[in-house]
Design a protein around this ligand. Structure first.
Ligand SMILES: Cc1cc2nc3c(=O)[nH]c(=O)nc-3n(C[C@H](O)[C@H](O)[C@H](O)COP(=O)(O)OP(=O)(O)OC[C@H]3O[C@@H](n4cnc5c(N)ncnc54)[C@H](O)[C@@H]3O)c2cc1C
Length: 452
């Protein structure tokens, strides 16, 4: 074995090698990673071998899959790229699936959707299953079925000696609690979770002019209390890019985007029910595009229509417990780009329903008792990060609050070490720290969101 490189089946690059730049590229291009070595793992053994090699040399370790939630520059670290390990093993009879660490939601959907089954994916099919689920996982159908973390059966993670440890609620309840919702506390090599039977649903998006946001946010505030947990919704004020793949009416436009998913397998005419439910919102503004329809499980990404191409953004999350007139005025003013720079997206997701329920196997997922999840995202301008970070932080702070009640996946980078831990009450934060200390006792794992 070469001392400067671990012994692996997968490709290894050090700075200066052809292929290094591609190997460290992330979906979020606002982050430049500069590890001393990057390994594109060809097997789970490669992950363990690289972690062990780095640990023996006192090197920090970073894990990279799709790059949708990368916050570390990984300078001088050993970077383990798990993105080639995209295997999905489904047990259709028992409605469970086991995924390798590089699987994306699109990989799960390709295997299970033809059987009328679905995992609790988020808005974007390109997001990694493991990274998303470790952070809780808010799905467009989440008010009906809860968070992705609530469906986890087992997490296989490397222990302090870089050996595999299969964690379940029965065998390791404390680690299981922490891993399901507590973020990347260790290196996960396999995730097993339950699927949901959902051959069809009513869902999609309705677009209105952005300028009508005050009336639409008011209508949304008054509408959502009438919805039971079969209906999940969100509303976003969005500056759309001028992309040819968008309908002409939406290209380059500032819009209010209402997203909906209504689930009721016993309803013989779910389309009629869905349209009746939507009627108060449709009446509240001028519809410029409506792509709601009866859809299959593979169509879930059409509900949010998230961007697919790599992008450079700064984002910040939080929560809103009550949408009052002041909140509406603040959101509408902040999103309107006519007089000042505006974030690309300000989104409120309606929580409650199954999100709020205690799960059979307790976990540490945050935001369980909150009313709305807040997400503010600002594209980097031509001058790089200038303005985007402070814009996202400032707008999120004016609209909602962070800390306990905010969701880990939307929190963004930690402004100061320890900020992430404020998402949990003190006693739970101590449990997260203890789990992290057990899996990563030398504090080698870098996420860009240090717990201390
Ligand atoms: C366009 C977009 C849409 C999104 N939509 C949603 C949504 O609807 N709901 C929601 O809840 N979230 C959503 N997110 C947030 C997303 O779930 C998180 O950013 C998630 O962490 C991304 O995981 P990843 O593996 O794709 O990204 P990566 O950047 O590759 O990984 C994210 C983090 O997880 C760690 N990680 C990844 N794999 C492993 C592993 N095997 N072991 C240990 N650590 C690992 C990485 O080190 C990193 O710290 C969205 C993000 C984007 C950019």
């Amino acid at each position: 074995m070469h001392a400067n490189r671990p012994h692996t089946q997968g490709d290894i690059f050090v700075a200066g090698d052809p292929g290094y730049a591609d190997a460290v590229a992330t979906w979020d291009t606002s982050v430049s990673m500069r590890p001393s070595v990057v390994v594109t793992a060809a097997s789970v053994d490669d992950i363990a071998a690289t972690a062990s090699w780095a640990d023996a040399r006192g090197l920090d370790i970073a894990v990279h899959n799709t790059g949708h939630g990368t916050f570390t520059d990984a300078v001088d670290a050993a970077l383990i790229d798990v993105s080639r390990l995209r295997g999905v093993r489904a047990d259709l009879e028992n409605r469970t699936v086991a995924v390798q660490p590089g699987a994306r939601w699109s990989d799960v959907s390709a295997v299970v959707a033809p059987h009328g089954l679905i995992g609790l994916a988020g808005g974007s099919p390109g997001v990694g299953v493991v990274g998303y689920t470790l952070g809780g996982g808010l799905s467009p159908i989440g008010r009906t079925f809860g968070m992705a973390a609530d469906r986890v059966r087992a997490v296989t993670v490397l222990d302090a000696d870089c050996g595999p440890l299969r964690v379940t609620a029965q065998t390791e309840p404390e680690l299981f609690w922490a891993l399901c919702g507590g973020g990347a506390l260790g290196i996960v090599t396999e995730l097993e979770f339950e699927l949901v039977a959902l051959p069809s649903l009513f869902g999609g998006g309705v677009y209105f002019p952005g300028e009508e946001a005050p009336a639409l946010l008011t209508a949304y505030r008054d509408w959502v209390p009438s919805l039971d947990e079969r209906t999940s919704t969100s509303i976003a004020l969005l500056h759309l890019p001028a992309l040819p793949q968008l309908p002409e009416a939406l290209r380059g436009r500032y819009v209010t985007h209402l997203r909906v998913a209504h689930v009721d397998p016993r309803d013989p005419d779910i389309e009629a029910t869905g349209r009746r439910l939507l009627a108060p919102m449709v009446a509240a503004g001028t519809v410029i595009d409506d792509d709601t329809r009866v859809m299959g499980p593979a169509d879930l990404p059409d509900i949010h229509r998230d961007p697919v191409a790599p992008t450079a953004t700064s984002y910040r999350g939080g929560h809103v417990d009550h949408i009052d007139d002041r909140t509406i005025a603040t959101i509408a003013a902040a999103a309107d780009a006519r007089e000042h720079p505006a974030p690309t997206l300000i989104e409120l997701r309606h929580l409650g329903g199954a999100y709020a329920r205690t799960t059979r196997d307790p976990n540490s997922a945050t935001a369980r008792g909150s009313a709305f999840n807040l997400y503010v995202s600002a594209h980097w301008g031509p001058n790089g990060p200038d303005g985007a970070r402070s814009l996202a932080d400032d707008v999120a702070a004016r609209i909602g609050s962070g800390g306990v009640g905010a969701q880990l996946n939307f929190f963004g980078p930690a402004p100061h070490p320890g900020d992430l831990l404020r998402l949990w009450p003190d006693a739970d934060a101590d449990r997260i720290l203890a789990a992290h200390a057990r899996l990563d006792p030398r504090g080698r794992l870098r996420t860009g969101r240090p717990l201390r």
